[in-house]
Design a protein around this ligand. Structure first.
Ligand code: AMP
Ligand code: MG
Length: 447
């Protein structure tokens, strides 16, 4: 089946724990997703369930709307009474009641030659067959003052007022029939539905206060690095502000998670270990930044690669991508909480979250892991050199109208300003080492 040439270019299959193995982006993601289970469902209040996946079939407990009601402000009438009505020869009806939304309705009965003033959403009174919009009448000008009545079923006095109706109306016109939206017992929302605003609205309309959903994962975010200072604090020589913990928390929230930002931890194995232990109690996932390369103070790698037994295990590996080559992933603690150890360079950190943590957060929620759209676009800039054997992700701005994409900043993974100007990533494949201006490229749109 395979030619000699094919065999020659096939990478040698390497064991998962081979430290020299270069993992592809797909292999690393597949390894992560294979180790992630969706969170156990819980009952949540409607406002907290937004964006979550429903895990029960929700049926309609009672007809929606629950009663026949008016879709217009107007007059509830019997159709025979307004047959043939015109501007010149209006039907003159006695106004026998005033029905507001929220009134029980049963208090008013419309008999022959009668009409009841009715508001949008108010129950159609007995005897009435249709509603004449107020615009087709004299507005009840001759009807005297609106009949004072309690919105709840006090019998209105006969006002003695009249209304002139200028047009006939068909039976059921301007009436929203009981059950016309949803019938009792009908499926309102199927298990698996993602609850957006309209779905939350439907649940509320049928009277549900809580629903069974997969919750938002609680993602604990911490950066590591003794050089890090929190924003708002003075920088001492050699120090920089911690931006990663903010980026990662924002990314986590954007992916649907509840983010707990711990801030920055010094490059000290004991402090890191103790902080992780403290944080595990509230974590469905942990994301760290920094300390995963081969430098002298790369404590994340040092601390987590030696875990065993109850402590879990974290693998550190090299990926065939740029930025983001060093990555750690594993599960820690007795509950085997997924942990992502991302590289510290801000752009590497961001791209790594986008490619690996975002899908994992979605998998924890029971959502399809990969949700970003990839499009083809003409790249207005040349990529002079791209590393051979690595998939490169370059920051870019996409112009949907033109179908073009332009690079912002260079390949440097410290360029946070350019990252903030980008709304897409241009993907340069592993075996492509340069791209001429005007060539078509794959573009991942960043939502
Ligand atoms: P590391 O992966 O820890 O070796 O860090 C790589 C580079 O990213 C270094 O220049 C760090 O100073 C920088 N860096 C690490 N963590 C952060 C952070 N939280 N915010 C901003 N820059 C960082
Ligand atoms: Mg560091």
């Amino acid at each position: 089946m395979s030619s000699t040439a094919d065999t020659a270019t096939d990478p040698v299959p390497a064991a998962a724990d081979d430290p020299d193995r270069l993992w592809t982006v797909e292999e690393h993601l597949a390894d992560i997703l294979a180790k992630i289970r969706p969170l156990e469902p819980i009952e949540l209040q409607l406002p907290d369930a937004q964006g979550c996946v429903l895990v029960e079939d929700v049926t309609v407990p009672a007809a929606l709307p629950p009663f026949d009601n008016s879709s217009m402000d107007g007059y509830a009438v019997r159709t025979a009474d307004v047959e043939g009505a015109t501007e010149e020869f209006p039907a003159v009806l006695a106004v026998v009641g005033d029905i507001a939304a929220g009134s029980a309705g049963a208090a008013v009965t419309v008999g022959p030659g009668e009409a009841a003033r009715i508001m949008t959403g108010a129950p159609l009174p007995a005897g009435a067959e249709a509603v004449v919009p107020v615009e087709w009448t004299d507005g009840g000008a001759g009807a005297g003052p609106a009949i004072a009545m309690d919105a709840h079923s006090k019998v209105p006095e006969r006002s003695g007022g009249e209304v002139r109706v200028h047009r006939p109306v068909a039976a059921r016109a301007h009436v929203r029939a009981r059950g016309s939206d949803a019938c009792t017992g009908e499926l309102a929302l199927a298990a698996g539905t993602v609850l957006g605003p309209a779905q939350i609205g439907l649940l509320a309309a049928i009277g549900r206060a809580t629903v069974l959903v997969r919750p938002r994962p609680r993602v604990v975010v911490m950066s590591t690095g003794s050089e890090l200072v929190q924003p708002g604090e003075e920088l001492a020589p050699g120090r920089i502000h911690d931006s990663n913990s903010f980026v990662l928390s924002a990314c986590a929230r954007d992916a649907g998670a509840i983010a707990y930002r711990v801030g920055a931890v010094d490059d000290d194995a004991e402090v890191l270990r103790a902080t992780l232990e403290d944080q595990l109690i509230r974590a469905d996932a942990v994301v760290t930044s920094g300390g995963v390369s081969v430098g002298a103070y790369d404590v994340v790698k040092e601390t987590l690669s030696g875990l065993a037994g109850e402590e879990g295990s974290v693998s550190f590996r090299r990926l065939a991508m740029q930025p983001g080559k060093p990555q750690g992933f594993g599960r820690i603690g007795p509950d085997r909480v997924p942990l992502f150890a991302l590289p510290g360079n801000p752009v590497s950190c961001y791209v790594s979250f986008e490619l690996f943590v975002r899908p994992a957060v979605r998998a924890l929620m029971g959502l399809p892991p990969v949700d970003r759209t990839t499009v083809r676009a003409v790249c207005t800039d040349a990529v002079a050199s791209s590393p051979q054997g690595r998939r490169q992700f370059l920051r870019a701005r996409y112009e949907p109208g033109e179908g073009t994409v332009s690079l912002v900043g260079g390949a440097g993974s410290h360029l946070v300003k350019a990252l903030a100007q980008a709304d897409a990533l241009v993907v340069v494949p592993e075996e492509t080492t340069s791209v001429p201006a005007g060539a078509e490229v794959d573009v991942v749109l960043l939502g």
